[in-house]
Design a protein around this ligand. Structure first.
Ligand code: PYC
Length: 404
């Protein structure tokens, strides 16, 4: 039941782990907390532990550039992310918490004929599913983003763009904390600083989870981590085609509002929006090496600045205030891996590469449904791990904002 008692903090701090839980969620990021929330709210499953090795929302949830969009390329992707946007729009009310959801409009710039063709393709797929996206020309972009140098200093002029009206930014930590508080109030236990060290499987079925705080019995485990996915799947003897690359980002010092929209340039490998605090939130391509690291580099800021100045030359004196990195679980087709697995009671929500934050609500909701019904929700059927054995890939590479 939802408690109305005044709560000076967001969460209760659970004591020791119980002996057993109906469901154990590994990973206290947005996805794990959203799943716990919907398990409790929609399915009445509250004997749930979320195990987080660090602190909640401290992984990729707190390290992304907060962009939400549904302008994907495949029908499977478009339907999935569109449903996520619908959920995002209601979250502040669901949580009774301001998550600063701000619809800005989202431009993906095309600098080549091939990119224009892909943008048109995406626009048509989007429109087919009722999503507000269209291919726009230079005049349209110039009206919407007057500060943008459409000629990019003559190097790679912008030819057009995919304009996606619902594109939004949202406070990422508020999303994680809203889900966490909602789950906590419904009886879910969130155990931070609790590292999973093993998963017990007997005769093909999950029976428990080993942690640095002791063993808990459970028949259902959901892996909802990033960066650590191979470590967790090794525990149950499952392999995925995931490889991990660092993805870096940074913010400038705050400045007066001048950029209302979200700008992505796949060819120049940059994306930028201006936060409600006035900072430019920016990112670039994946780091090239396969690496398990959250180290920031000067190389990244130098490369990003170079490309940003092609688009916005007047920013040459803007100071970078902070930079950081996350770990992106990349899949071969740039789509996630979700649902049941060959191990009875072991579920996976992984492969979120550079596109995971925007899926937070829908991944939580569909994974909760999948676990409650022990059947893959129809929206995630295309994303099953088994697709790689069947060669039924969901090719979303052309809709990734991040270079690779
Ligand atoms: O997929 O929109 C995106 C995105 C932006 C930054 C990283 N991923």
């Amino acid at each position: 039941a939802f408690s109305d008692a005044p709560d000076p903090r967001f969460f209760t701090t659970p004591g020791t782990l119980r002996d057993s839980y109906d469901v154990v969620i590994i990973g206290g990021g947005g996805h794990g907390l959203a799943c716990a929330y919907y398990l409790a709210r929609d399915h009445g499953i509250t004997n749930v532990a979320v195990l987080e090795q660090g602190y909640i929302g401290g992984g990729n949830t707190g390290r992304n550039t907060t962009i939400v969009r549904s302008n994907y390329l495949t029908p499977e992707g478009v339907k999935f992310y569109d449903e996520s946007i619908r959920l995002f729009r209601d979250l502040a009310e669901d949580f009774d918490l301001n998550i600063f959801y701000s619809e800005r409009g989202h431009f993906t710039l095309a600098h080549t004929d091939a990119a224009v063709r892909t943008m048109r393709w995406r626009a048509e797929v989007n429109k087919h599913f009722g999503i507000d996206s269209e291919l726009v020309d230079r005049d349209f972009i110039a009206d919407a983003v007057p500060m943008l140098d459409l000629d990019c200093g003559g190097e790679h002029p912008v030819l057009g763009a995919l304009y996606h009206v619902p594109g939004a930014v949202v406070r990422h930590d508020a999303v994680a904390w809203g889900y966490g508080r909602g789950a906590d109030r419904r009886g879910v236990e969130i155990h931070q600083k609790t590292r999973v060290t093993g998963i017990r499987v007997e005769q093909g079925k999950v029976t428990g989870v080993e942690t640095d705080k002791g063993l808990v019995k459970t028949g259902r485990v959901i892996s909802m981590v990033a960066g650590s996915t191979p470590r967790i799947t090794d525990m149950v003897g499952i392999t995925t085609p995931i490889v991990i690359h660092p993805l870096q980002a940074c913010v400038t010092e705050p400045m007066k509002p001048w950029l209302d929209t979200i700008i992505v340039s796949g060819s120049l490998h940059v994306y930028v929006s201006q936060s409600s605090r006035g900072e430019l939130v920016m990112g670039a391509a994946l780091d090239p090496a396969i690496l398990h690291s959250t180290r920031s580099t000067l190389d990244f800021v130098e490369g990003l600045a170079d490309q940003m100045l092609d688009l916005f030359p007047f920013l040459s004196r803007a100071k970078v205030m902070r930079q950081w990195a996350g770990m992106a679980d990349m899949t071969p087709d740039f789509a996630p891996i979700m649902g049941r697995t060959a191990i009875d009671g072991f579920y996976i929500d992984a492969g979120w590469g550079t596109w995971g934050f925007k899926a937070t609500p829908i991944s939580g909701k569909t994974m909760a449904w999948t676990v409650a019904n022990d059947r893959d929700h129809e929206l995630i059927e295309p994303f099953s791990l088994a697709r790689f054995d069947r060669f039924e890939l969901v090719g979303e590479r052309g809709a990734a904002s991040v270079g690779h």
